[in-house]
Design a protein around this ligand. Structure first.
Ligand SMILES: Cc1ncc(COP(=O)(O)O)c(C=O)c1O
Length: 382
């Protein structure tokens, strides 16, 4: 565990706590909660006897039915040779999957910048994260990914739309990764937590929908973002039948079953479906426009590849200051919190992840004004 980085969110949380009045552009959360029908269903479930008992290891059959329908209709997945598994959030799904497919010492390829919990999960499983840089626009570099594979590689991970960059990978790039994985006999783990969060015509693509993909593609989803379910901890994984048994062993040992009350709420939320999420994401699209417009005011201080999805951007600052110092001084001197890029493996300069999902109304403007002011002041002074 000494090789595993300390989680950044509690570190930033402590900085915020000790600097009252700080506006957080830190944690990746949305501003809304679940649909009222989901909360109502949870209230009813609390009174039901079955809620107090252990349930099925793979998840509640009603929820699984709704998920299978969604996966076929929206993601275009053919589930005939796959299994769907409900987990307590997609972070847990990722950890379980890595344990199920690897032996200690194996390698998992992570395009960088990566989602920090993926890198941590790989190390916790005793594996080695093989970090492969993306290009200047944070898009995948296929040649470098192919060159990074070794006999010990077990999987390539893609996150699209991406945390921390907001990049959306085009279908062609995801297809190429998926074909590379098939050719090399390894898995393609596709984290699709932000599938509904795309802007300006960018389109989300599920690599598991490609012909023949189901035997080597693992697709991960979450209710945390689109349905405002972060605290309820519900995610789900689609896995090839071949790893199902291994995954069951992990899930049975770690979780026994996903919490029944949360699954009941999730079933209600997914029954209402994507139509409920669309207006929330639309509101976020306006916030994104405002964030990008403010960044355009300071091109001499930073460069911001335009995010096509999720609710993040990852500006590159023109400064020699380390990102950790920048992060700390932005909180202490400008009362705005963002996350240092080092955490995401962005170490060849000063990068900051800006999360605009949780902000609404005046807070967006105020938070961004402080950030822009802080970047101006700190990059001029170094
Ligand atoms: C790419 C990605 N995957 C997974 C998660 C975690 O999702 P969950 O809350 O379902 O564990 C996050 C949360 O920020 C994320 O950014």
């Amino acid at each position: 565990m000494d090789a595993v980085q300390a989680p950044i969110i509690p570190i930033v949380g402590e900085l915020i706590r000790t600097t009252p009045g700080t506006i957080s552009l830190g944690q990746g959360m949305v501003s809304w909660g679940p649909p009222p029908e989901a909360v109502e269903a949870a209230r009813d479930a609390a009174a039901a006897w079955a809620t107090h008992r252990y349930g099925a290891v793979e998840g509640d059959s009603r929820l699984l039915d709704v998920l299978r329908r969604k996966l076929r209709d929206e993601n275009g997945l053919d589930l005939s040779r796959s299994r769907v598994l409900v987990t307590t959030g997609s972070n847990m799904a990722f950890q379980s999957v890595v344990q199920a497919i690897s032996q200690p010492g194996d390698e998992i390829v992570l395009p960088a910048p990566f989602y920090f919990n993926h890198e941590m999960a790989v190390r916790i499983a005793g594996c080695t994260p093989v970090i492969v840089p993306t290009d200047r626009s944070y898009q995948l570099d296929l040649d470098r990914l192919a060159a990074a594979l070794s006999p010990r590689t077990r999987a390539i991970v893609t996150v699209s739309p991406n945390n921390p960059t907001g990049a959306v990978y085009p279908e062609a790039a995801l297809r190429a990764v998926n074909e590379l994985c098939a050719a090399r006999g390894i898995f393609h783990i596709a984290d699709e937590a932000y599938e509904y969060f795309t802007y300006d015509g960018a389109e989300h693509f599920s690599p598991g929908s490609l012909p023949g993909a189901s035997s080597h593609t693992i697709s991960l989803y979450s209710l945390s973002k689109a349905y405002g379910f972060a605290g309820w901890r519900v995610g789900y994984a689609v896995v090839p039948v071949t790893i199902n048994e291994a995954l069951y062993k992990v899930q049975d040992t770690v979780l026994i079953c996903p919490p029944i009350v949360c699954q009941t709420a999730a079933t209600a939320a997914l029954t209402i479906g994507r139509a409920w999420c669309a207006p929330q994401v639309e509101r976020l699209a306006a916030v994104r426009q405002e964030v990008l417009a403010l960044f355009r005011q300071i091109p001499e201080h930073c460069d911001v590849p335009v995010p096509g999805g999720a609710f993040y951007c990852l500006p590159r600052l023109r400064t020699r200051l380390p990102a950790m110092t920048m992060m700390e001084r932005l909180v202490r001197e400008h009362r705005v919190a963002v996350i240092a890029g080092d955490t995401f493996g962005a170490t060849d300069g000063c990068y900051l992840r800006v999360s605009f999902g949780a902000l609404e109304g005046k807070a967006v403007h105020e938070g961004m004004e402080r950030l822009i002011g802080g970047i101006r002041a700190l990059t001029n002074a170094d």
